[in-house]
Design a protein around this ligand. Structure first.
Ligand code: HEM
Length: 444
């Protein structure tokens, strides 16, 4: 009985931010709120739950603007969720992102003591994410939302980050982003790799069967059911540094493009090296039917096309032989760029902040997000590459290297600096819509 129930996704109770792809193009804003008064916080949640759209809605209650809401562990506590209920949630979530700095490779400049305010504090309680097709439309809706918390004493907006889609869906280093997504059983939303079997819904939504044949539950069940964990990380990108390094380690402009592609596993157009090993092919990069239709093992076991240490092969080794099973480490990603583009050809840093607000969505913070970050991005043992890290997004220390398999001799890049710096972030829980109301109605 229970199993049958557990296999049909309750799309109308799952927030749209969990499963629905974004409009394209889009503008997005993240707002972090602190709750100083429990009753005000519950009232806010009640109001927000009325405008949060579900994964079943073809339209948002706010027409073309989609609002999602997530809570930190301190947020749940401040709203009066009983400690016993919090204890039934993921251990990493209860620790919070700053406490997990060592595991995440957040040291040196990326260490929590260097993060933007308020991320080194315990003040972030609620994170609201709004997405709309244009900035004007988003601003209108945000102005309305602001009235909700600005007129209520006891709630303070303490951080805001505006994000946007860059032209051609590129991220600040210049690569097309947002290409590869897993298919999820019962979601009705297709994946992008026809060669990947859909993943069990329990990998992404709590209360359903997962790939390990288990069903994650909280106590009480309503708190977790149809919810999921969300990781927000503000990642500053050193674009000039990235360009300079590639130029200094390549033989001319054509080779520069190849070096960059080898580090990422895709050309800047999005065309994968797996399908276009020698030259970029814009048509392949732009074609959603082609640009993610590949595996690694049979065609390219040692990485002569797509290096085993490149960003996309590390973060999703697909069918490649690695230590472990790739399917239990999949994730939904929603990266959104912030800051202006560094004009093409500029090799000197202009001091302007730019990067990605990286967002992870998944039911298992430990074996999905933290595992990928610590074992696949910041270590190379799983591919037999000792301590080599992801050359593009790894937490680089001194003397970092990257191997590009090549015949007759491999190529080795040395002295890779840190191109991505963590500026802050939070581990959050994005509850189901009924759970939002349950929290709002608590009388603790
Ligand atoms: C500033 C930091 C980052 C940048 C610039 C970046 C950029 C990219 C780009 C350009 C792609 C290829 C396009 C696509 O498939 O959507 C990609 C794929 C991916 N990235 Fe990142 N990324 C960053 C951080 C991260 C982090 C921190 C993680 C995980 C902890 C991650 C996980 C993934 C995954 C799972 C894929 C899909 C791989 C595949 O299925 O082929 N990325 N990223």
């Amino acid at each position: 009985m229970r199993d049958e129930k557990a296999s049909t996704l309750e799309l109308d109770d799952i927030q749209s931010g969990v499963l629905r792809p974004r409009p394209s193009p889009f503008a997005a804003t993240y707002i972090a709120l602190r709750i100083d008064d429990r009753a005000a916080g519950r009232e806010l949640l009640r109001r927000i739950s009325a405008v949060v759209s579900s994964s079943a809605d073809p339209q948002s209650p706010l027409s073309d603007t989609w609002v999602s809401v997530a809570l930190t562990c301190n947020g749940l506590r401040t709203l009066g969720v009983p400690e016993a209920a919090i204890d039934s949630m993921a251990w990493e979530f209860r620790q919070g992102m700053a406490s997990r700095a060592k595991e995440l490779g957040d040291f040196g400049e990326s260490a929590p003591e260097n993060w933007e305010a308020p991320f080194q504090t315990t003040d972030v309680h609620v994170v609201v994410v709004a997405v709309a097709p244009t900035r004007e439309r988003l601003d209108e809706v945000l102005a309305n939302a602001r009235r909700t918390y600005e007129t209520t004493t006891g709630i303070e907006a303490i951080w805001r980050q505006d994000c946007h889609a860059l032209p051609d869906d590129k991220e600040p280093f210049g690569f097309k982003d947002g290409i590869s997504h897993p298919a999820i059983e019962g979601s009705g939303i297709p994946g992008t790799n026809p060669k990947e079997a859909p993943l069990k819904a329990g990998e992404f939504v709590i209360g359903y069967r997962d790939e390990m044949n288990g069903i994650q539950r909280t106590e009480p069940e309503i708190l977790g059911k149809n919810g999921t964990y969300v990781v927000f990380r503000k990642l500053h990108q050193r674009v000039a540094e990235f360009r300079k390094y590639i130029q200094a380690n390549s033989n001319g402009p054509e080779d520069e493009e190849l070096t960059a592609a080898k580090m990422m596993g895709r050309w800047r157009s999005g065309a994968p090296l797996a399908l276009c090993p020698f030259h970029d092919d814009k048509k392949v990069g732009e074609d959603p039917k082609l640009n993610n239709d590949f595996l690694f093992e049979e065609d390219d076991p040692i990485g002569l096309k797509t290096p085993t240490g490149s960003h996309i092969r590390r973060t999703n080794p697909r069918d490649a032989k690695i230590a472990g099973v790739a399917r239990i480490h999949r994730m939904i990603r929603r990266g959104t760029a912030y800051g202006p583009i560094l004009p093409e050809g500029v090799l000197e840093d202009d001091g302007v902040d730019r990067g990605l607000v990286f967002a992870f969505v998944g039911a298992y913070l430990g074996r999905q997000f933290e595992f990928v970050q610590s074992q696949w991005i910041n270590d190379g043992v799983f591919i037999g590459a000792n301590e080599d890290k992801d050359p593009t997004v790894g937490s680089m220390g001194p003397n970092e290297s990257f191997t590009i398999p090549k015949k007759p001799l491999r190529r080795r890049l040395n002295g890779i600096p840190r191109f991505v710096v963590t500026r802050g972030g939070e581990y959050c829980f994005m509850p189901g819509i009924k759970a939002l109301k349950w929290i709002a109605d608590l009388d603790t």
